[in-house]
Design a protein around this ligand. Structure first.
Ligand SMILES: [Zn+2]
Length: 693
């Protein structure tokens, strides 16, 4: 029964072997547990994009979820961690378009059908790479239940949800100014933009008053960062409370170059402090101006088209890019002495976060979901405590967004995605429309499947803060609206992994770290332990490799201690008897025996509580201190003096219990050692051993 451990721990050899053992056991799948388990514990993995590559954020989130799942599995729950992949509409379409570009082709050369075929080919080739990487980390997901957001069943779920909202009258088509990417040829949500701070200019342009005597040449001065859009102006607006312009409201100015009369209007939305307090209104090319235009029934001539070129309406600039048009407009204004002054001006400009083209706001016909009622539902669910945010302060991001919510533009002019289920409609749905259904669609909703009944609602959603609005809020109202039940009871917002200096990790800047490289170099357990070690008090992680190295030292310590104990040729250990031994506090126990058993008991309680409270870092520190200090430094040393059968039993009892407690954090090495322990009634794997109480 007893087998010795090799002298040094080799993660590479162990990890592959052990992962195969787990997969073969079938215990990742909740239907395959021995015995009957009633209470479920379910986590649905946030599906990575098929274009994604594993980064430290994924590694952290996978570690956290795996710790939760492994502990609950040992506590006797019917645990399911369901993995999957998101089709990631715009992101994937862009990747494949870039591939095509290498052959000098665009998606339009291929046509829709051929292009989509090409994306599917790409998906087959690369689509599961990221899940394979998660296996390397030790993720104990039920791979037999892997879902993809474009699976046939999933398409049914999306259509049903759309229809549900449609029948309620919450879906409508409308014309709005949207964020438009002239390259992707699609509308984008505010959340799909990236902003770059840029040094620009603020031009102060004089619009002559219609009724001005020709001797004064002052006119009304407006400030703008985009003079080219003035060709589409239909008003000048001031704040109604602005005393400087009181007398001008209702009068008219002459729009230079176009030589059109446009009114001076008053609107609360105008910021008195910006520029001169008078602003030009271009309803077709600015989101705020569009709303002001709607309120004042202004026309909205289009001067920039969907391809990002100046239109016929712009007259003198037709066919030019907006930037060239800007130069021409400024020259013309200067010639007529209509530029009062210019200032340097820094502002942030929106870019498409997929292809990095400058966004052009333009009016376009789109599908919208009315957000008034869904937002109320989403707010109520958190306020009532039905769903808890951890840490609680992230509720604020959620509430702030929902309280100022606008209707959700759910259509995209892309090819890769869920087609809007309306006849003759070619647009696809915003990727997040299907992602919002993830926790129910993965179980087969709207079909009343056994899985839906068993595993929905799920327990914990663990995700990053950047998608609280994009995703979490939308899952909450979708779940309640479509099933009557919140999709989970806890939203765990995990810390962000930053560079050592506290900056955002970025692959393009070379500051990103590939967790798979860390696994290759130090082993998956060391990587997991090093990450977990830093999860303290919800603070962001300033990543240093030192912690992973510390994790490796700890793994080696556990290995060496276990090896030392196994070399003592212990008798077959009866775990039940050992449990009793600790409870009796037998007279035969020395003070060292009593101390280690007491410390072990304390450790069990603290680690169990910390994991219930999602205090992963603290739990790992407690385990480290206990194992290294109380067990190795003190008790194992002492045992060399005591050297009797009872001491041996205690040594193995403490070791076995420690392995169980450590298993969720460092599953591979603990499993490997467990397999070598001489125990009576040994389970097939440590993975399904009982959690110590
Ligand atoms: Zn784009």
């Amino acid at each position: 029964m007893t087998s010795e451990l090799p002298k040094a721990y080799d993660p590479k050899e162990t990890e592959n072997k052990i992962y195969q053992l787990w997969e073969k056991s079938g215990f990742f799948n909740p239907d395959k547990f021995p015995g009957r388990r009633k209470k479920t514990y379910t986590i649905v993995m946030p599906p990575p994009n098929i274009t994604g590559e594993l980064h430290m954020g994924h590694a952290l989130n996978a570690t956290v979820q795996d710790i939760l799942i492994r502990k609950k599995r040992m506590e006797g729950f019917k645990t399911l961690w369901l993995p999957g992949i998101d089709h990631a509409g715009i992101a994937t379409q862009n990747v494949v378009e870039r591939e095509l570009k290498k052959e000098g082709k665009t998606r339009f050369d291929l046509g829709r059908e051929k292009f989509i075929e090409k994306v599917w080919q790409w998906r087959t080739k690369y689509g599961n790479a990221i899940l394979e990487q998660l296996k390397k980390l030790g993720a104990s997901c039920d791979w037999s239940r892997t879902r993809f957001t474009l699976d046939k069943d999933y398409i049914k779920a999306v259509e049903r949800a759309f229809l549900h909202y449609y029948k309620k009258g919450w879906i409508y088509q409308g014309k709005r100014v949207v964020n438009w990417c002239p390259r992707c040829q699609t509308s984008l949500s505010d959340l799909e933009l990236e902003y770059k701070e840029e040094k620009g200019k603020l031009w102060y342009i004089r619009y002559p008053l219609r009724d001005q005597s020709s001797s004064t040449r002052t006119g009304l001065v407006v400030a703008t960062t985009r003079p080219e859009t003035m060709l589409g102006d239909t008003a000048v607006a001031v704040n109604p409370k602005d005393k400087r312009y009181e007398n001008l409201i209702g009068k008219k100015v002459i729009l230079p170059i176009q030589n059109r009369e446009i009114p001076i209007i008053a609107d609360e939305a105008v910021d008195k402090k910006f520029g001169t307090g008078a602003v030009k209104i271009t309803p077709a090319h600015d989101l705020t101006d569009w709303e002001i235009g709607q309120r004042h029934k202004l026309e909205a001539p289009l001067v920039i088209n969907a391809a990002g070129k100046m239109t016929k309406e712009s007259k003198v600039c037709e066919g030019l890019t907006p930037l060239l048009c800007r130069e021409k407009v400024i020259k013309e204004l200067e010639k007529n002495n209509l530029i009062a002054k210019t200032e340097d001006y820094s502002h942030s400009l929106p870019y498409c976060d997929r292809c990095h083209s400058l966004i052009e706001p333009i009016p376009s016909k789109q599908w919208f979901l009315k957000m008034e009622k869904p937002a109320k539902t989403a707010i109520k669910t958190i306020k009532s405590g039905e769903i808890k945010f951890i840490p609680k302060n992230f509720e604020k991001i959620y509430f702030d967004w929902l309280k100022n919510i606008k209707d959700w533009c759910i259509s995209r002019q892309l090819w890769w995605g869920h087609k809007i289920p309306i006849e003759g409609e070619n647009d696809v749905l915003d990727t997040w429309f299907s992602s919002a259904l993830w926790p129910l669609a993965v179980f087969g909703w709207p079909t009343k499947t056994k899985d839906l009944k068993t595993f929905y609602p799920t327990d914990v959603l663990s995700t990053g803060r950047d998608i609280i609005n994009l995703w979490v809020a939308r899952m909450v109202f979708s779940g309640i609206e479509l099933t009557g039940q919140a999709p989970f009871h806890t939203v765990l917002i995990h810390p962000t992994v930053l560079t050592k200096e506290g900056k955002k990790m970025s692959k393009s800047l070379g500051t990103g770290i590939d967790p798979i490289n860390l696994c290759e170099k130090y082993g998956a357990d060391s990587t997991r332990f090093g990450i977990t070690w830093q999860l303290m008090k919800g603070q962001d992680v300033r990543f240093t490799e030192d912690n992973i190295i510390m994790g490796r030292k700890f793994c080696n310590k556990i290995w060496n201690a276990s090896r030392f104990l196994l070399m003592q040729k212990p008798p077959l250990i009866d775990a039940d008897k050992l449990c009793r031994l600790t409870q009796i506090k037998s007279k035969n126990l020395t003070s060292a025996d009593k101390k280690i058993l007491k410390e072990l008991d304390k450790t069990i309680k603290s680690v169990s509580k910390d994991l219930e409270d999602f205090q992963f870092g603290r739990a790992s520190h407690i385990l480290y201190d206990f194992f290294w200090h109380d067990f190795c430094d003190i008790y194992i040393e002492k045992s060399k003096e005591q050297n009797d059968e009872k001491t041996k039993e205690i040594l193995f009892y403490v070791l076995l219990t420690s392995l169980k407690l450590l298993h969720p954090f460092i599953p591979f090495i603990t499993e490997e050692i467990y397999q070598k322990l001489p125990i009576n009634n040994k389970k097939q794997c440590l993975m399904i051993e009982e959690w110590p109480v």
